[in-house]
Design a protein around this ligand. Structure first.
Ligand SMILES: Cc1ncc(CO)c(N)n1
Length: 230
């Protein structure tokens, strides 16, 4: 890319520039048929149960990744406030795991026998690869933002006015779709990511963009898996 254009994008926000550039893939991950089927009320409960059980395993694997981002922030960040933002996210995962257990119980999904499906195994393996100290804070925080943003944007659609989301799924959607916690949390992560990307080297920028694309692809595969298309 031309140097001047790149400098301009860094100034206005790398994340926004990447979302424009990769709009098609981003929309694919945030407007997936699984989400649209919740939004229009046609979702099959089996798909929902599959998603619930698989996402429980995913969230358990998200804990060590989130903790690794926290460590990177503590070691590498130029702003101490980053640690609080990430810590809030880490802390909320405990409540999230309890919620999965309650929700699974409500739907009669036995979490103790859940076997992770291939897309889930791959996604969790990808998360684990990002834990490595060789992965820089800037790259890891970009991934973390993307992981949370896809869920927020997806589920926010399902609680929009006029959506036909089944009442028994509203609480699930509000968990990730709400502005008060999750929306603001994503905004804070995005701000950190943009700040870091602004100062990043070309090589780091490239790595962060590749990681963002990988997250979007894994999210797509995860939704496909939930619909039974592995
Ligand atoms: C697959 C997936 N992506 C993102 C999130 C956000 O926490 C989640 N729970 N599961």
């Amino acid at each position: 890319m031309e140097e001047k254009a790149k400098a301009e994008e860094k100034k206005t926000g790398m994340i926004e520039a990447w979302l424009r550039k990769h709009r098609y893939l981003y929309d694919g991950a945030t407007r997936h048929p699984f989400i649209l089927s919740i939004h229009d009320g046609t979702i099959s409960i089996d798909s929902f149960k599959t998603w619930l059980a698989q996402d429980y395993l995913f969230v358990r694997a998200l804990v060590p990744f989130a903790a690794s981002v926290l460590i990177k922030a503590w070691k590498e960040s130029d702003e101490s406030g980053d640690v609080e933002v990430i810590l809030r996210g880490v802390a909320s995962l405990e409540d999230e795991i309890s919620w999965f257990k309650r929700e699974a119980n409500k739907w009669g999904v036995p979490l103790s026998d859940v076997v992770p499906q291939r897309p889930n195994v791959k996604y969790c393996g990808f998360l684990e690869s990002l834990i490595s100290p060789e992965v820089k804070y800037t790259v890891a925080i970009t991934a973390f933002w993307a992981i949370e943003a896809v869920y927020h944007e997806s589920f926010a659609l399902c609680i929009e006015e006029g959506s036909k989301t089944p009442p028994e799924l509203k609480e699930t959607c509000a968990r990730w779709g709400n502005e008060a916690f999750h929306g603001n949390y994503c905004k804070s992560l995005q701000k950190i990511a943009n700040r870091r990307l602004q100062k990043a080297s070309d090589e780091e920028l490239k790595k962060a963009e590749v990681v963002l694309l990988s997250v979007l692809e894994h999210e797509l595969d995860f939704w496909n898996m939930s619909r039974g298309n592995v």
